[in-house]
Design a protein around this ligand. Structure first.
Ligand SMILES: NC(=O)c1ccc[n+]([C@@H]2O[C@H](COP(=O)([O-])OP(=O)(O)OC[C@H]3O[C@@H](n4cnc5c(N)ncnc54)[C@H](O)[C@@H]3O)[C@@H](O)[C@H]2O)c1
Length: 338
């Protein structure tokens, strides 16, 4: 593919993740980074200079730039809904970091604006692009393990322990239910990938092992309309761990991460079918974040539909809202229909 045919994007929000994504795009044969933007012009400009791309003052400037075909939103969570609508109204394809928004109503409004113009929407759930997760999902959905009964998953990390207390990631408005929007949301997304839309959420968040007053330890017991449970754990006060396991009527499959997705060093997939030996497969590192971005470009340029259906994006945010309500009510909350 020649450079001219690459899908031209701008990254909006050049913090931890926006910088991670920008550097990955520089190595892509499918996307090209035209520009970046950040509220902090000084750090944003110096970062874009280091990558030899343009700095733009704000999202509006990126939306007015005819070179830019798609925007990648790496901004705080409360901004996602309005920014998606703004970008859609300017005719740009959208990759939005997770969570797509904090409320179902925002997701529906954004999708209406995006779909009315035939634009592509992609979301930063790169776990779905990890080769062992793809393999586990194939095993689950092909029926070779029987009926999926229960998912157990954990995504924990201690990267936020030294953030200043006023950081947006530690605020109840931007990050309701403590670790939920940081890491728990990836597992909720996978649970929807396994079982489909959720039915109820029972969740508890506590501050047990850190000074993170918004909560550092989250437990969720979820049920799904198709049957099945998920037990989801997300902790911000313990070293990194990533584990995804699904137990089915004829066997089970488990994926363990060797390191944080930021710099993957690979995975171990273990599985067992009734009456057979446990099998273990090592997976080498794979840039799943880049695979997700390239799937966005493939969809926007009409090569292949984006693999995460919008119905599942909506179902994930409906489940998120019920998790947040449950941490506040201390009761079981019904999940709104998509
Ligand atoms: N997919 C993943 O695995 C993953 C990992 C980390 C973060 N994220 C997501 O990425 C997003 C950003 O998180 P982060 O950790 O990089 O946060 P961050 O605070 O490090 O960076 C956010 C940046 O956005 C800038 N910003 C804020 N409002 C802006 C605006 N209106 N226009 C331009 N710039 C603006 C800020 O100045 C800051 O530099 C969040 O949605 C987060 O959940 C995803």
């Amino acid at each position: 593919m020649s450079n001219n045919e690459k899908f031209r994007v701008a990254v909006i929000g050049l913090g931890w993740w926006g910088q991670t994504i920008s550097k990955l795009i520089k190595n892509s044969n499918v996307l090209t980074l035209v520009a970046g933007s950040d509220l902090n012009a000084q750090s944003g400009r110096s970062f874009t200079q280091s990558l030899d791309v343009d700095f733009l003052p704000d999202l509006a400037a990126a939306l007015a730039d005819p070179r830019i075909e798609g925007v990648i939103l790496c901004t705080p969570h409360t901004q996602h809904g309005a920014q998606m609508i703004q970008a859609a109204e300017a005719g740009k394809h959208i990759f939005c970091e997770k969570p797509l928004a904090l409320h179902r109503s925002e997701v529906l409004a954004a999708m209406a604006a995006i779909n009315a113009r035939g634009l592509t929407l992609a979301v930063g759930h790169e776990r779905r692009f990890e080769p062992p997760i793809i393999r586990a999902m194939e095993m689950i959905h092909s029926g070779e393990l029987g009926r999926p009964l229960q998912m157990e998953a954990n995504f924990s990390q201690d990267k936020f322990l030294n953030l200043p207390p006023e950081n947006w990631r530690l605020s109840a408005a931007e990050a309701p239910a403590g670790p939920m929007t940081a890491t728990g949301i990836h597992l909720l997304d996978l649970s929807v990938g396994v079982f489909g839309p959720a039915e109820t959420m029972y969740a508890s968040v506590k501050q047990l092992g850190s000074s993170l007053v918004n909560g550092d330890t989250l437990a969720i017991l979820a049920t799904y309309k198709s049957g099945g449970h998920a037990l989801i754990s997300a902790i911000l006060a313990t070293p990194f761990v990533g584990r995804f396991a699904v137990y089915c009527s004829q066997g089970w499959v488990e994926v363990r991460d060797k390191s944080h997705p930021e710099a993957s060093t690979g995975w171990v997939l273990t599985s067992c079918k009734r009456g057979e030996e446990v099998q273990t497969v090592n997976y080498p590192p794979h840039p799943a974040v880049l695979s997700n971005l390239e799937a966005f470009a493939d969809a926007a340029q009409g090569r292949k539909p984006y693999p995460v259906p919008q119905s599942q994006m909506i179902a994930n945010i409906c489940a998120l809202e019920a998790v947040v309500r449950s941490t506040r009510s201390a009761g079981i909350e019904q999940v709104e229909a998509g």
